[in-house]
Design a protein around this ligand. Structure first.
Ligand SMILES: NC(=O)c1ccc[n+]([C@@H]2O[C@H](COP(=O)([O-])OP(=O)(O)OC[C@H]3O[C@@H](n4cnc5c(N)ncnc54)[C@H](O)[C@@H]3O)[C@@H](O)[C@H]2O)c1
Length: 321
């Protein structure tokens, strides 16, 4: 199976390294913003070639699947070129910074194209454990966090390029909430600029924010984020149930019942799992095991856009789900 990459940055390298460990998968092409970057990355993988133009890459090589690992503002034309040629794709979150993904989702649906989105929290064993616990006990309220430092890549701090922290990063927690507890029907957000605008030139993203949400099942949730810390801090989601508390973090799930705490850890890398499942779906033509396809991920994206809109208008936003 020949796989191409669009983007030559951190996460294209991460996925390519995972794919290179799989039998029968050939990392075959990289498309970057300059030929130097694309060829430099291609040299790390035997047989791979570098390109600066997506159409050029797709015409010169017969690719079975493509990974899109570009910054949020660079989405759109890439997806449309792949849909036109019926090439299945894996795209890193977020889907973009605006509503263009709605049009893209429609075209994917028309073609019945296999897609997968990098919401890797869905593939964690601890997430699966949380799903099982939620079968046994009713959740009332959820509190989520992405408390961290600012990634020092220039596009990230520019709200017109990244969409801001809630769209770019905290989207993982919004998606986890949707996956575990169901659809979000109303959003109200308050954002602020406390530290980073004065500290890092070119910062236009809010550096503190809280988003309150109503869910279709009657639950209430709040997800807060900040990028003012010096290091990464608390990232995850807490669910408060009749029977206790479920605490989900990158590194563990804790089931808290009074003084009793049970802790579970992931044994398998969820990035490996999402990649295996996507490539297996491409190979067999059966997308059944993909947990976050483009259509479903669009709903997460729309929640994060609504939060941005609410923070600007000061009004709650209702979502049609
Ligand atoms: N799922 C996760 O856990 C996870 C982790 C890290 C990053 N990501 C996501 O992956 C995406 C990329 O992040 P990154 O850390 O690799 O960023 P990065 O800045 O390291 O790399 C982005 C790359 O895209 C290239 N690029 C930009 N516009 C392009 C275009 N039009 N065509 C081709 N290449 C283009 C840049 O030159 C760069 O090589 C982001 O959306 C980010 O949110 C996801």
């Amino acid at each position: 199976m020949k796989v191409g990459f669009i983007g030559t940055g951190w996460f294209a390298k991460t996925h390519a390294a995972i794919l290179s460990e799989m039998d029968g998968v050939d990392v075959a092409a990289f498309c970057g913003t300059t030929i130097e970057k694309a060829e430099k990355e291609a040299r790390n993988w035997s047989n791979a070639k570098g390109y600066t133009n997506v159409d050029d890459m797709l015409e010169k090589q017969k690719l079975d699947a493509v990974y899109i690992c570009v910054p949020p503002m660079a989405h759109g034309e890439i997806e449309l070129a792949l849909i036109d040629r019926n090439i299945p794709f894996f795209v890193e979150k977020p889907l973009g910074i605006d509503e263009q993904p709605i049009q893209i989702a429609r075209k994917i649906e028309e073609k019945g194209l296999i897609t997968s989105v990098g919401y890797h929290w869905r593939y964690k064993e601890t997430t699966n454990k949380a799903l099982a616990l939620l079968q046994e006990s009713k959740a009332g309220i959820a509190v989520g966090y992405w408390m961290g430092n600012m990634p020092m890549i220039p596009w990230w701090r520019d709200v017109d390029k990244s969409g801001g922290q809630f769209v770019e990063q905290t989207t993982h927690i919004v998606d986890l909430l949707r996956y575990l507890c169901g659809e979000i029907i109303e959003v109200y957000a308050a954002y602020g600029n406390k530290v980073m605008q004065e500290k890092v030139e070119g910062t236009t993203v809010a550096d503190v924010g809280s988003v309150m949400m109503k869910l279709k099942n009657g639950m209430v949730a709040t997800i807060s984020n900040t990028c003012i810390l010096k290091d990464s801090g608390k990232v995850g989601l807490d669910l408060y149930l009749e029977e206790g508390i479920i605490e989900l973090r990158n590194e563990h799930l804790r089931e808290i019942n009074g003084k009793q705490i049970l802790e579970y850890k992931d044994q398998v890398n969820p990035y490996m799992v999402e990649n295996k499942i996507f490539l297996e779906a491409v190979k067999t033509g059966n997308p059944e095991k993909i947990l976050a396809d483009y259509k479903d991920s669009l709903k997460t994206h729309q929640v994060t856009l609504a939060a941005n809109q609410s923070a600007i208008s000061g009004q709650p936003i209702k979502l049609g789900v």
